[in-house]
Design a protein around this ligand. Structure first.
Ligand SMILES: Nc1ncnc2c1ncn2[C@@H]1O[C@H](COP(=O)(O)OP(=O)(O)OP(=O)(O)O)[C@@H](O)[C@H]1O
Length: 628
């Protein structure tokens, strides 16, 4: 057997184009060749179990080796091997036609980025790093002859009798000068770790030194000896490939630690497992999010039959679940297509809504079975749930049963429970419910206390998504509005029929307004005199709900117009507070101004708005007043 031939593909110079395009990603050659070796091994196992091959299976390990001097990398397996006919068919035709199909797509694409970078080029990807590729193979079939094939990436190949004596295949890559970085143990190890860590057949890469106990020394201390053992780079049965019933919590946690060695343990997890209408397995973990800096997208890894493909799972995983960790394994996700195709692909859409549904089901189950435990985790889970409720209509419908509202006292309520709680006192004169919330209880404490005095409950909405969550709740909940607790004086947060009696005469109100307007004298602050309960604060500084919300929205993106708006504050003077009358009746204008300024500063202070020279002036004035 000796044959030279030409591979029939229509473009002669296909290779330089592919090479150029995939240059930054050329490490995937190893993924492709090792997974081919694994496939061939799995096939041998299957044939043997079906009784279609009766020989000894032998050691089924795949081996990756390199020789720096010879400049070769060899991938060997004890799989089914190939006959000469098969080499011609599978390698010359199929592998090369895959490459020309790639080129066609590349030529049609408007820009290179339109083709997903992780296009599976299969066997042909060997030519991204090798100038010459040799195959030594021996088929499992009885009487098969060993075959040697070689090709330099052009369209001509050579095939002859090979040297292999055992069933299986060696792929020998003669590494190019510009790819010699791959002739390095560390580099290869990193690539294998990235792509092959969970392949189902053991993959050996060199050896590693282990310390083994070796009796005791003269002092009776344990001795160790260095032994070399095979370096198997993969875990062949990772948790997601096993049956949920066979796994304990500790197995899930252990797998998580294997994936993310530096992260704190996750809160809980969801084992995904479907085979119809698409194939998908995986485990999604809810991470503990300690602070915003830990929000890291791209923590979910996408696998196809245990081969790592990418960690860009956008489009496959619903946006609000992008912060989850874990892995998804699906042979049905098309990897060799453009992004725009991926977005429109119906199986991708189905996968996306399946994941969203699974997550909702799991949360609902946790909520129902262990409400206390669920509430304890709410601080972390809440972020996902709220984000999901904002961005995903279907998820909202499910999550309204288990999405929680938390008040500043740390009590949790479902939407329905909270509606009942607020129904009495927090209904305004038009029959609308008003939910009060604080975005920062430390700063807004005075306002929270004033609301509490009136018997109102105050929610805590301080997470990065809460601005949007507030708007979403207003849209979804009937006859309900939300108001930040410092957006008005307590008396007016929830407008009621009964008006508080006015203790000041019209003349006096005018006088108070003048005194305070002089004391404030700032373009961004307007003074109003209101008749509030005598027990309320003498002066309160507020920002109306609309302005405050628009400014917050502007901070989190878009709407820059509102972000540029000047701040507008209302200085609300409580005409019914005894102190106000005292200020009005002070002995002279100077004293009036001093006391009014002091009262306004106290209001600013309780809002965290007093700083710098104004704070110093306030402190000095206070000392002076105590001395009076
Ligand atoms: N190590 C091997 N042992 C036996 N057959 C092999 C081996 N490597 C490749 N082949 C044969 O060559 C064919 C072409 O391989 P190639 O990697 O190009 O495509 P694929 O594995 O079928 O698909 P893809 O890699 O694109 O998912 C394989 O389908 C297989 O039949």
């Amino acid at each position: 057997m000796q044959e030279k031939g030409t591979i029939s593909i229509h473009t002669e110079n296909i290779f330089p184009i592919i090479k150029k395009f995939l240059y930054s990603d050329n490490e995937i050659f190893l993924r492709e060749l090792v997974s081919n070796a694994v496939d061939a091994t799995q096939k041998a196992k299957r044939l043997s179990s079906l009784g279609q091959f009766s020989g000894d299976l032998g050691d089924l390990r795949v081996e990756v080796a390199f020789d720096e001097k010879e400049k070769t990398i060899t991938i060997s397996d004890r799989g089914i091997g190939m006959t000469a006919e098969e080499v011609k068919k599978y390698i010359n035709q199929i592998a090369f036609s895959g490459a020309s199909e790639f080129l066609e797509k590349y030529e049609k694409a408007k820009d290179a980025g339109e083709i997903i970078g992780k296009f599976g080029l299969g066997f042909y990807s060997a030519f991204m790093v090798a100038g010459l590729v040799e195959i030594e193979t021996l088929s499992y079939q009885e009487g098969a002859e060993p075959v040697h094939w070689e090709c330099d990436g052009s369209t001509s190949f050579e095939i002859k009798k090979g040297k292999r004596t055992e069933r299986g295949t060696d792929i020998i890559l003669h590494i190019n000068e510009d790819a010699k970085e791959f002739l390095d143990r560390y580099r290869l190890q990193v690539i294998l770790d990235k792509y092959c860590k969970f392949l189902p057949v053991p993959v050996k890469f060199g050896t590693k030194s282990l310390q083994e106990p070796d009796g005791e020394d003269e002092e009776g201390k344990p001795k160790y000896k260095q032994v070399e053992s095979d370096n198997i780079i993969n875990n062949t049965s990772p948790a997601w490939t096993r049956k949920p019933a066979d796994l304990k919590d500790e197995d899930y946690l252990e797998f998580y630690r294997e994936l993310y060695p530096m992260s704190p343990d996750p809160l809980f997890w969801i084992h995904l497992n479907v085979d119809y209408p698409f194939n998908l397995t995986g485990i999604l973990y809810f991470p503990q999010v300690k602070n915003e800096l830990e929000f890291q997208r791209n923590k979910i890894k996408l696998f196809s039959r245990q081969v790592f493909i990418t960690d860009e799972v956008k489009d496959i995983v619903p946006d609000f679940l992008m912060l989850l960790h874990g892995i998804i394994d699906s042979p049905d996700i098309p990897l060799n297509v453009s992004r725009s195709f991926l977005q429109a692909d119906s199986s991708v859409k189905k996968i996306n809504s399946y994941i969203s549904k699974k997550v909702a089901d799991k949360l609902s189950e946790l909520f129902k079975n262990d409400r206390k435990g669920y509430e304890e985790k709410w601080k972390d889970i809440g972020l996902f749930v709220k984000y999901g409720m904002i961005t995903d209509e279907k998820f909202y419908e499910k999550a309204k049963e288990f999405g929680l509202l938390t008040n500043v006292k740390g009590e949790h309520f479902t939407l329905e429970e909270y509606r009942e709680k607020a129904a009495g006192l927090q209904t305004d004169k038009d029959g609308n419910l008003v939910y009060l919330y604080s975005s920062d209880p430390a700063v807004q404490d005075t306002y929270i206390q004033s609301a509490a005095k009136k018997g109102y409950d105050v929610l805590l909405l301080d997470s990065p998504v809460d601005n949007h969550f507030v708007s979403q709740l207003e849209q979804k909940l009937e006859k309900t509005s939300l108001k930040r607790v410092d957006s008005d004086v307590a008396d007016k947060l929830i407008p009621k029929e009964e008006a508080t009696e006015t203790l000041l005469s019209e003349e006096q109100v005018k006088g108070v307004k003048e005194v305070f307007a002089r004391a404030v004298d700032k373009p961004d602050m307007t003074v109003e005199v209101e008749s509030l309960s005598p027990g309320d604060a003498p002066v309160t500084v507020t920002v109306d709900e609309f302005t405050q919300r628009m400014k917050e929205m502007a901070k989190t993106g878009g709407m820059s117009f509102y972000g540029n708006m000047p701040d507008r504050y209302q200085v609300v003077v409580n005409g019914n507070h005894p102190l106000i009358l005292r200020i009005l009746n002070a002995e002279n204008q100077e004293k009036q101004a001093l006391l009014a300024r002091q009262a306004v500063d106290l209001a600013l202070l309780s809002r965290g708005m007093l700083s710098g020279a104004e704070l110093t002036a306030f402190v000095n004035r206070s000392v002076h007043l105590i001395g009076d």
